[in-house]
Ligand binder design. Structure first.
Ligand SMILES: *[C@@H]1O[C@H](CO)[C@@H](O)[C@H](O)[C@H]1NC(C)=O
Ligand SMILES: *[C@@H]1O[C@H](CO)[C@@H](O)[C@H](O)[C@H]1NC(C)=O
Length: 818
């Protein structure tokens, strides 16, 4: 017991230590990734590059520390390094040979440091660079190194400067692979007009100076790349410096995507900006992270037709204006815009107007606003609308949402997830018949919602609702291909055979247990099914599921890690794939067969043993033997009469003497002197009468053994002995008679006057002398056992052998036993 406890304690110690090590390991944030080794030392207040970094490191993040100087030895051992992030440190300088052993480097981020200059030679070796960020440093001039021309793979280049000259961009202009040039010009003081236009890139991203003094840089930017992003646009009082250059983007400028981010502006100026690009080359206008200043002005809509703009997107809007005093909110009037795609995400919009005349909107995304069910009711002017996203708004009635779609003759995809939608049986429900994909996830829908679904829907997302069973209404959806019912309250699945075209079914995270496996079996047409994270009951029903899993041709998504037992308690948390239920424990017929078979075999076996080996006899003898043994163990020698000298007295007919002498006595005494037998031929005291001797012998013996046989019946003396012994049996109430039946005695042989013997024979169990030799051993053992007590200590009387020639067998009829 102690041993087990000790080992358990030891194992738990090892476990705790292991866990601690693991967590330390994780804190150190060193971990192997799929194709390398990553070390993250971000925000660790390091003053220098740590020493002894593992040579196999491929990704090293040292950003947001206090490193000021890079030494030439810092990265020498890291020849496998592909990404090095040193941004947000205080690096002022570094040695020209610092990267000489890092030829594999692809990403180098040195942004947000204090670099004033770098030695171009330091870049010589890292020719494979794809991403180089030197922005937000203290460079005065744009870095120009002839080494830039070695970068044949460079895709991203981040720079910053306070002065920009045409000549300094010459080398960069020659890079043909550049996708993005980022220019952090927060501190720009002088710009030589025309400089930017030499650049050759897909995207130009400029962080504008806080106070844009001369707008020449913007004029140039409008003609440099196809995608232009302007960040940090601040128009607090006046905005001409921005709006005027914007209005110069002509129909044949280069820019087709214009992104304006981190902009602080009032409505008036934002509108002017939109108006400025309305008739330009810009096709995609994306304004995000906008802080709105001032009150809403009275808004005069410009002419919304005639535009090259295809998509307008405004996202993340923080309004600092206090009052809204206008007639319609400007955004609402945007419904008159003739553009295809319109995105207003997270701008606090409470309503959007139905366009007054037929619009060309194909795509509307109004995620995260405050729109209600009133939206687009009875609105017939959205005939081209294909996608409508109303995720995370304040919609409440599914019936109103459905009626909203009826007049949308092209609507294919509607996303109303994350609202508060409900539906009650019997409410009106009319969906657009063109609707193919409907997202109703994260609402408050119950099973009743199956009565209100668009008839032609192919993809239906109902996850995270309150559906407790699948209503028959679903049978009407003949085209349904994908159904997501995850995170609902389903306790059982209906037969899924009536989903003719269903290919993908998700019923994960419900309350499905084993009973539901039957229904899964009917999902033969389903190509992929996810039933993970349900509270599975791992009993015999589970076998149906396992059978189904091996038979089905489809994918079981999330198998095996999301399929765990919940019940019974002892299997909780065990993966279904690790549960093994035997055929026997689950199949009652097999179980019954086995039990009955075993019983039959046992019975046959017993019968056989009884018939051929006399099993009952052995059983009886063994039982006797154990009983006697127990009784003898319990007898205290002190309880025995003090005059006991012999273990047994033997009474037998002279005709059976040979058996007694040849078998009985040798087998009882065994020659080891532990058992003493009183035998009249040996132990009779001369001088006393025969009767005296017999009585003496019986009284001094623990047991009296009578060898019964027909001969015994003939012998009068034997009856005499039996009479005394029996008498003693009753007077002392001791169990002192042992009868051995040497040969069967037919009842008629016993004379009727020997009723005592008859009674004894009838009542007492006697030992029968077995004829089979094999049984003799047990017979003797039994007999020995029943006489083998420890006699009280006292000197043996008459130890000497006394041969008497007295014959007992005389005068058989002269002694009366009465
Ligand atoms: C470097 O770290 C900064 C700050 O943690 C992060 O913003 C930037 O994206 C990282 N750069 C690269 C190339 O991973
Ligand atoms: C439904 O919307 C949720 C978010 O609201 C999204 O996670 C899920 O992927 C969408 N479902 C489909 C089928 O697009």
């Amino acid at each position: 017991m102690m041993k087990i406890l000790e080992s358990i304690t030891f194992i738990s110690y090892v476990f705790i230590i292991l866990c601690t090590c693991m967590s330390m390991f994780c804190n150190n944030t060193q971990f192997p990734t799929n194709n390398g080794f990553t070390i993250r030392y971000s925000k660790k207040s390091l003053n220098s590059v740590p020493e002894n970094l593992p040579p196999k490191t491929t990704i090293l993040d040292l950003s947001e520390n206090n490193i000021a100087v890079l030494l030439s030895s810092d990265f020498t051992s890291l020849s496998k390094l592909t990404l090095l992030n040193l941004s947000y440190n205080h690096i002022r300088e570094f040695d020209a040979i610092v990267f000489r052993f890092n030829a594999e480097l692809e990403h180098l981020d040195l942004s947000h440091n204090n670099l004033r200059n770098i030695t171009c030679g330091s870049l010589q070796i890292i020719k494979g660079l794809r991403h180089l960020d030197l922005s937000s440093n203290k460079f005065e001039n744009i870095l120009h190194c002839k080494e830039f021309s070695y970068f044949l793979h460079l895709q991203y280049l981040g720079l910053s400067a306070t002065r920009i000259q045409r000549s300094s961009l010459k080398e960069i202009a020659q890079l043909g692979t550049l996708h993005v040039i980022f220019l952090g010009l927060q501190n720009l003081s002088s710009y030589e007009p025309g400089s930017l236009q030499v650049l050759n890139t897909n995207k130009l991203h400029i962080v504008l100076p806080v106070y844009l003094k001369d707008p020449f840089i913007l004029y140039d930017a409008m003609n440099t790349s196809r995608t232009l992003e302007l960040s940090q646009v601040t128009c607090e009082k006046a905005c001409d410096n921005v709006i005027e250059p914007l209005s110069t983007i002509s129909k044949n400028s280069k820019v087709s995507t214009l992104i304006i981010s981190n902009i602080t502006v009032s409505w008036k100026y934002l509108n002017q900006m939109i108006e400025a690009v309305w008739c330009s080359s810009v096709e995609y206008l994306n304004v995000h992270h906008l802080i709105e200043l001032g009150e809403f002005p009275y808004f005069v809509p410009f002419n919304f037709s005639k535009t090259s703009l295809k998509a307008l997107s405004i996202q993340h809007w923080i309004s600092k204006s206090v009052y809204y005093r206008g007639p319609p909110h400007p955004v609402q009037t945007y419904s008159e815009m003739m553009i295809e795609s319109f995105t207003f995400v997270d701008i606090g919009m409470i309503h959007f107007m139905c366009p007054s005349k037929s619009s060309i909107f194909h795509f509307l995304n109004f995620t995260r606003n405050r729109l209600t069910d009133k939206l687009f009711q009875n609105c017939n002017t959205l005939p081209h609308l294909e996608t409508l996203i109303l995720r995370s708004n304040r919609l409440e009635m599914l019936s109103l949402v459905s009626s909203m779609t009826t007049s949308m003759k092209s609507l294919q995809y509607l996303d109303v997830s994350n609202n508060k939608l409900q539906y009650e049986n019997g409410e009106d429900c009319h969906w657009s018949e063109t609707l193919l994909k409907l997202n109703l996830s994260a609402n408050q829908l119950t099973s009743a919602a199956f009565g209100c679904l668009p008839i032609n829907v192919k993809i239906l997302d109902l996850h995270n609702n309150q559906i407790s069973n699948i209503h028959k209404g679903i049978m009407a959806l003949k085209s349904l291909e994908e159904l997501n019912l995850a995170s609902n309250w389903l306790a059982d699945l209906r037969d899924c055979s009536h989903f003719n075209s269903l290919a993908v079914l998700n019923v994960g995270m419900n309350f499905l247990h084993s009973l539901s496996f039957h229904s899964l079996q009917s999902c033969q047409n389903v190509r992929a099914i996810n039933a993970g994270n349900n509270p599975f009951q791992c009993d015999c029903e589970l076998r149906d599921f396992i059978n189904w899993r091996t038979q089905t041709a489809g994918d079981i998504l999330g198998w095996p890690e999301s399929y765990k037992c919940q019940y019974p308690e002892h299997l909780k948390g065990t993966l279904l794939k690790d549960v093994h239920l035997s055929e026997v424990s689950c199949n009652t017929a097999v179980l019954l067969g086995i039990v009955l078979g075993t019983m039959a075999a046992l019975i046959i076996c017993i019968l056989f043993l009884c018939l051929y080996f006399d099993l009952p006899w052995y059983v009886k003898m063994t039982w006797n033997w154990t009983q006697t043994k127990r009784r003898i163990r319990n007898t205290n020698p002190k309880d025995l009469p003090q005059n006991l000298t012999y273990h047994a007295f033997i009474s037998y007919s002279q005709h059976d003497a040979s058996w007694v002498k040849d078998y009985l006595i040798p087998n009882l005494e065994k020659g080891d002197g532990s058992i003493h037998i009183c035998q009249h031929e040996r132990n009779f005291v001369p001088g006393r009468s025969i009767i005296e001797n017999i009585i003496n012998c019986i009284e001094k013996s623990y047991k009296s053994i009578f060898v019964l046989s027909p001969n015994f019946i003939q012998s009068g003396w034997c009856h005499y002995e039996l009479y005394f012994a029996h008498h003693r049996l009753f007077t002392e109430n001791s169990d002192s008679l042992i009868l051995i039946l040497l040969e069967p005695i037919p009842q008629y042989l016993i004379p009727s006057k020997y009723y005592k013997l008859k009674a004894l024979m009838a009542k007492r169990t006697y030992l029968e002398w077995p004829k089979e030799k094999s049984k003799h051993g047990l017979f003797w053992a039994n007999l020995r056992q029943s006489i083998n007590v420890q006699l009280p200590e006292h000197k043996q009387e008459n130890k000497k052998v006394f041969n008497t020639s007295q014959e007992k067998d005389y005068e058989p009829d002269t002694v009366s036993l009465n």
